[in-house]
Design a protein around this ligand. Structure first.
Ligand code: DLL
Length: 434
């Protein structure tokens, strides 16, 4: 018997027309459920909106957006629509300022989420015979439990290694015959460095597949990670408000992430005018959950910037693909009137074999002027000849200026000297005077 290429063929390859019909039906059902929450009850009433009015994408645009600020205002349970006795899990995202955001799930929601993650894992070639190791933090961070239940649903042997302790991660990979690893990209780099320090060639292990996501990274960084670990690395996108991982994932083409449109309604809007952006153009991702019963979110403004890729994917899946996340509108910083995303800087740095993978961008005020300092670690391939280092530094400065249109102060620092965080990498420190 030939093996099926898809986890759920009928859904994954559904025609666009049928997919839209399914989405509209689920959108109406989602609104009906959401109207039982205090928050959406008031929103729908104030705007005179009922589920029956939603017959087309144009109708959807009449519904107001939901923002993170509103979720915080209605903290913790103002958006919960289901009954307390049906609630089985709560995740909350770290709130750096004010209240965190809270998401509550029913058993149905958790089953649906696990199925989506299994669908992603199957898509990149994982099967029951794989050994899947998860180096995510467990707990509130959804990369832990989200992948755990997804990989179990797939039927893989799942190793909940959790975050940190790189030597132990490597021991698990070696001893348990780990074939697939989930890591955030900055940690994948760290792990590759520890393999090297320990004198173990990752290619001598069974590790072949890496799933990386949860933080922005360039395609160049992905290729570097693939090279360092001898794996194929697939980009994985999600956020706690939309469950966690399993929202959009690359297929084996490695060309954009398929968004699971049976479970999410996707819009890309202009962040200021809020008008829909044409296919192929960058804007802010706005998402609606279509299969959540405890706490649906409708037209949620994610702040993530991306675009829908035009054309069909050779893999046969009909669900749309988004480009890698360019950044969050709140990561963007403005220096001397120029808008800059950290990923533009990473794209330049990663081209230099003399540089390692860790960098830190610091924004300062000097003589009432904004200044940008880029500190970047040297790699093992770099020289310690001062003149050569100075030439490299000048070349990096020149290329960065061409990319971001302002001249940064570049500092080359010793490997291992930049601060490392356990969770997502901190790339920008803004120390400017207000
Ligand atoms: O990061 C969920 C997740 C876990 C995704 C594991 C993938 C793997 P949050 O902590 O709520 O959830 O952070 C969500 O992280 O809005 C994006 O800004 C960013 N992000 C997530 N995936 C990617 C990615 C999880 N592949 C926020 N590329 C999102 C770039 C990403 N940014």
């Amino acid at each position: 018997m030939t093996e099926n290429k898809y986890w759920e063929e009928a859904i994954e390859t559904m025609t666009r027309e049928r997919l839209l019909a399914l989405q509209l039906e689920r959108f109406r059902r989602t609104m009906e459920i959401a109207s039982h929450s205090p928050f959406y009850h008031d929103v729908f009433r104030a705007h005179g909106i009922t589920p029956e009015q939603i017959q087309s994408p144009e109708d959807i645009r009449r519904i107001p957006f939901t923002t993170k600020a509103q979720m915080r205002e209605h903290y913790p349970f103002g958006l919960v629509a289901g009954k307390q006795e049906d609630a089985v899990r709560l995740h909350s995202s770290s709130g750096t300022t004010g209240n965190p955001t809270v998401i509550v799930h029913s058993q149905h929601d958790l089953d649906s989420w696990a199925n989506l993650v299994a669908r992603c894992l199957y898509m990149v070639g994982l099967r029951k015979t794989d050994v899947f190791q998860n180096s995510s933090g467990y707990g509130m961070f959804t990369g832990g439990l989200g992948f755990q239940y997804g990989a179990e649903r797939l039927g893989a042997l799942t190793v909940p290694a959790a975050a940190g302790n790189s030597k132990r991660q490597i021991k698990f990979i070696t001893d348990f015959g780990t074939t697939a690893l989930h890591a955030i990209p900055s940690y994948a780099i760290r792990l590759a460095e520890v393999f090297q320090e320990e004198g173990i060639d990752p290619r001598s292990t069974k590790l072949r597949t890496l799933l990386i996501g949860a933080e922005p990274h360039t395609d160049e960084q992905r290729r570097r990670i693939e090279q360092m670990l001898g794996v194929r690395a697939y980009n994985s996108f999600g956020m706690s408000e939309m469950n966690g991982p399993g929202v959009a994932f690359e297929c084996q083409e490695q060309n954009g992430m398929h968004f699971w449109e049976d479970c999410y309604y996707v819009e890309i809007i202009h962040p200021e005018t809020e008008e829909p952006m044409p296919i192929g153009e960058y804007g802010e991702l706005v998402l609606t959950t279509l299969d959540r019963t405890m706490m649906p979110l409708i037209r949620y403004r994610t702040r993530d910037l991306t675009r829908i890729l035009p054309g069909e994917c050779p893999c046969g899946r009909t669900h749309l693909r988004i480009d890698r996340i360019k950044g969050r509108s709140d990561d963007m910083f403005i220096i001397k009137g120029v808008n800059i995303f950290p990923m533009q800087i990473e794209k330049v740095l990663v081209q230099f074999p003399e540089l390692g993978s860790q960098y830190l961008i610091t924004l300062l005020t000097q003589n009432s002027q904004d200044e940008i300092i880029v500190e970047v670690e040297l790699s093992d391939l770099s020289t310690d000849n001062y003149i050569e280092l100075e030439n490299i530094r000048k070349e990096i400065t020149r290329q960065l200026r061409d990319e971001i249109l302002v001249t940064p102060r570049v500092k080359l620092v010793k490997k291992g000297s930049l601060p490392q965080s356990e969770g997502k990498a901190v790339r920008v420190k803004d120390c400017r005077e207000l």
